[in-house]
Design a binder for this molecule. Structure first.
Ligand code: DQA
Length: 145
């Protein structure tokens, strides 16, 4: 079965307790479980990785090259800073959907810039946990051509 990677960056392991007014009350496990069910209905398996370490996220993207069809990626704060993640996304030549729970453009100025959007298939943000659902749906639709 084809696989999709759900990749999450720093602090997203704390979802459920982290600033619930901004990020909602769901845990990352809840979100990934829902994505697993939705993907299965459409014939895809989910791999899920979360790391607080930039280099580990780079490694996860590299590892995806041979086994994964596409990536739903919430890079957390590295969105706004990481040239290393941008280069990794360019290098692997897989479709990557940049995904955010919050509407980063309605928040602090430093969140208005993404190092990654230009090398991603697209970006979804501002819909809470539904951002992940929408990103997964768009990615699968893209993969099915
Ligand atoms: C985030 C937005 C980022 O600005 C922030 O640093 C995060 C989460 C989101 O999902 O809304 O950690 O990516």
């Amino acid at each position: 079965m084809a696989k999709i990677l759900i990749l999450n960056g720093p602090n997203l392991n704390l979802l459920g307790t982290r600033e619930p007014a901004v990020y909602g009350a769901d845990t990352l496990d809840n979100i990934v479980e829902e994505l697993r069910s939705l993907a299965a209905v459409r014939g895809y398996e989910i791999d899920a990785v979360q790391s607080n370490v930039e280099g580990e996220l780079v490694d996860a993207l590299h590892a995806a090259r041979t086994t994964i069809s596409g990536v739903v990626f919430n890079p957390g704060a590295y969105t706004h800073t990481s040239i290393a993640l941008r280069d990794a996304i360019s290098a692997i030549e897989l479709p990557v959907v940049e995904t955010h729970l919050s509407n980063v453009h309605a928040r602090e100025d430093f969140r208005h810039t993404s190092m990654l959007t230009a090398v991603c298939l697209g970006v979804v943000g501002g819909f809470g946990r539904s951002s992940y659902r929408l990103a997964l749906d768009a990615l699968i639709t893209h993969l099915e051509g």
